[in-house]
Design a protein around this ligand. Structure first.
Ligand code: AHR
Length: 670
């Protein structure tokens, strides 16, 4: 029988045991060598991969609301429908006038036989048009009368139930082609509006280049970009923007490759082509997906400037997509491809007196864009690529040694194609090799130390496309969940530890329209009015916003077996301006983990700092249009910081600790 006195002793003993256990070695220990800084971190380390996939540009970032505005889709009336109100009657016909304009020879003839309450046409937009109450929309079109014809048109924005959300008219139509414009002010918000244009009297008219933009675009630019989407990009503080892709650089065949010269000049008069993602996936057909190039190379450079990102254009190197035709431009016929690259450097950096610099100046940008990086080919592989890359390398290095070239290691991170490319690119002394990796979350966890022992002689690395796939690559069932984002964070801690070698990284793809996507997962999803960042977005943002400029060597040791396949990860950097140590710890286990943190060599540590935590209770958690911030970071004050201290890390979490410290750095190497 236990007496009351003995009971008291047992309780006391238990308390002591618990205390001893708590005070004992937590098992996990991270040593940050604060007095032995490693390499310098590229200020452009964390960036963006942009491609017109999933309606990223047309129907996405480009704020144009009209689909097929030039009637140049192969089905010229795609996106348009006939409107016959009341007793109205008439026909719509696509006509061609050879020699009228090489990029848009087609136009629409509207024949109104009976006007009734309005005869005309309506555009469905990109699965509808997103219209906001109180905002204004600018319509532009070209028109001419043919014979006896109406002098004016009635223009409306309507809701699916027929409600008129905005109305105006276009007048002064004449027998010659003229440009006309009108402003519409919306009385209600609607995600699925459409644009209707009616003749109110009988007669025939020709119409072309019908465009509708919100006035409220990013920086209120004409031919502008969706403000909410650019805002999400700007908040990431991206170091670079890679454009325009992705596979669309290559095209299914070379005729459909991306050619930057056709994407500059008057946006409405750029020649459209089929989007490579139009018919790529049988399970996600997108028959109305074309590239209007309303967002072209000039706009990409402007966007880079706006969001403080280094431009990284990727050019075709004479190879169509190797997942499609793999068509090759013979080596003896590479000159036009090469010339495109040389001219692009002049367009971006040349003086306004040079031919291509003059074009840039005439578009409104006399100052250079300071291009420093250029990609040769997208995701190419094999001897055909390496031969072509060598030609570009030689020519560009001779003329523009100041430009760093990005070459491709192929589509996988560790296959034969990858090793072949690396052996050749090392021999060529290439600048930066672009590695791609789409894999299951476990791959990212297992490979977080991939670059710790990588050969540091030779090219630097651009982790140019990566994203954890919850099911498998190109599965339409992939989810942008917390499990994937956490695995990417673990992997990124490895990139950061090795930032002397891995100089750039970008998640891919960037955008996905919730109704118009072909590929999942994506960093940012949107509909016609709203947008949200996925958990992966917040991981990217955390790393970019808390980058630091110098690597601080970090050693993480764990308890016993945990070290074999660690699920706790760490990296550290220093912000030279503030002197802060930035420690990132990723706990990819389902339990809280206590870590003993040793700030080796630190002279003066402030006891207080701040901590940013990104976590979510369930690995399957996601953000959505209705719950855009279910998984989003929170910031707390951090106390009890000392040269050696302990800290708890939540289950399944990314923690960023910003620790105030006097800089003891002697000299930054690298
Ligand atoms: O990011 C989607 C696609 O994946 C890119 O277009 C291509 O480069 C890669 O295969």
């Amino acid at each position: 029988m236990i007496t009351e006195k003995r009971h008291g002793w047992i309780l006391l003993l238990l308390c002591v045991l618990v205390h001893v256990a708590q005070a004992g070695d937590p098992g996990w220990r991270v040593t940050v060598q604060t007095d032995q800084p490693g390499g310098r971190i590229n200020p452009a380390m964390w960036g963006l991969f942009f491609e017109d996939i999933n309606s990223g540009a047309d129907g996405g970032l480009l704020a144009e609301l009209v689909k097929n505005r030039t009637f140049e889709f192969p089905d010229g009336l795609m996106g348009w429908s006939k409107v016959e109100k009341g007793a109205a009657k008439g026909t719509l016909e696509i006509r061609t006038e050879a020699g009228r304009h090489a990029a848009h020879p087609h136009y629409l003839r509207l024949r109104c036989e009976a006007a009734g309450e309005g005869f005309g046409l309506a555009n469905e937009g990109f699965n509808g048009m997103g219209i906001r109450q109180g905002e204004t929309y600018r319509l532009t079109l070209r028109a001419r009368q043919t014979g006896p014809a109406p002098k004016a048109l009635r223009v409306e924005l309507t809701a699916p139930d027929g409600r008129v959300l905005a109305a105006t008219s276009v007048s002064g139509l004449a027998p010659e082609w003229n440009s006309h414009s009108a402003v519409l002010k919306a009385t209600a918000t609607e995600a699925k509006a459409r644009l209707a244009i009616h003749a109110m009297e009988p007669g025939a008219l020709d119409l072309d280049l019908i465009s509708l933009f919100p006035a409220n675009t990013w920086k209120n630019r004409a031919n502008g970009w969706r403000k909410d989407l650019v805002q999400l990009l700007a908040e990431m503080k991206p170091g670079f923007l890679r454009f325009p892709g992705g596979c669309i650089v290559e095209g299914r065949y070379l005729t459909n490759r991306y050619q930057w010269k056709t994407t500059v000049g008057n946006p409405l008069e750029r020649k459209l082509i089929i989007n490579r993602w139009n018919d790529e996936f049988k399970h996600r057909p997108a028959p109305d997906y074309y590239q209007s190039f309303g967002l072209g190379f000039y706009e990409y450079f402007l966007l880079c400037e706006d969001i403080g990102a280094e431009p990284l254009p990727i050019l075709n190197c004479g190879m169509a997509c190797q997942f499609n035709s793999g068509e090759l431009a013979p080596l003896s016929q590479l000159d036009p491809y090469l010339q495109d690259a040389l001219d692009l450097v002049e367009f971006a950096n040349g003086p306004a007196s040079s031919p291509w610099g003059q074009l840039r100046a005439s578009l409104g940008h006399p100052q250079p864009f300071h291009l420093k990086l250029l990609g040769v080919g997208n995701e190419q592989w094999g001897p055909d690529y390496l031969e072509r890359y060598a030609v570009f390398h030689q020519a560009l290095k001779a003329k523009h040694p100041e430009i760093k070239l990005v070459s491709s290691a192929g589509p996988g991170p560790d296959d034969e194609r990858y090793h072949f490319a690396w052996s050749k690119l090392r021999a060529l002394n290439a600048d930066i090799v672009d590695e791609h990796c789409y894999a299951r979350p476990d791959w990212f966890l297992d490979n977080a130390a991939r670059y710790d022992s990588f050969n540091r002689q030779g090219p630097r690395i651009f982790m140019g496309e990566y994203a954890a796939q919850s099911v498998k690559t190109v599965s339409p069932d992939n989810r942008n969940n917390w499990e994937c984002a956490l695995a990417e964070a673990a992997y990124m801690s490895g990139l950061e530890r090795n930032a002397d070698l891995v100089v750039m990284a970008s998640y891919a793809p960037l955008f996905g329209h919730v109704e118009r996507w072909q590929w999942t997962p994506n960093l940012i999803w949107f509909d016609n009015l709203r947008a949200f960042g996925t958990p992966s977005y917040y991981v990217q943002k955390l790393f970019a916003n808390h980058r630091g400029d110098t690597i601080l060597p970090t050693r993480l040791t764990g308890p016993g077996a945990a070290q074999a396949k660690p699920r706790v990860f760490a990296s550290a950097t220093r912000d030279q301006k503030t002197g802060e140590i930035i420690l990132k710890v990723i706990n990819a286990t389902a339990s809280p983990v206590e870590v003993s943190i040793l700030l080796a060599g630190a002279k003066k540590i402030l006891p207080k700092g701040r901590e940013i935590i990104l976590t979510s209770p369930h690995p399957a958690d996601e953000n959505s249009l209705d719950h855009p911030k279910r998984v989003a970071p929170i910031e707390n004050p951090l106390s009890g910081v000392a040269p050696e201290f302990r800290h708890w890390f939540k289950p399944n979490s990314v923690h960023v600790l910003r620790i105030g410290a006097a800089s003891t750095a002697k000299k930054i190497s690298g």
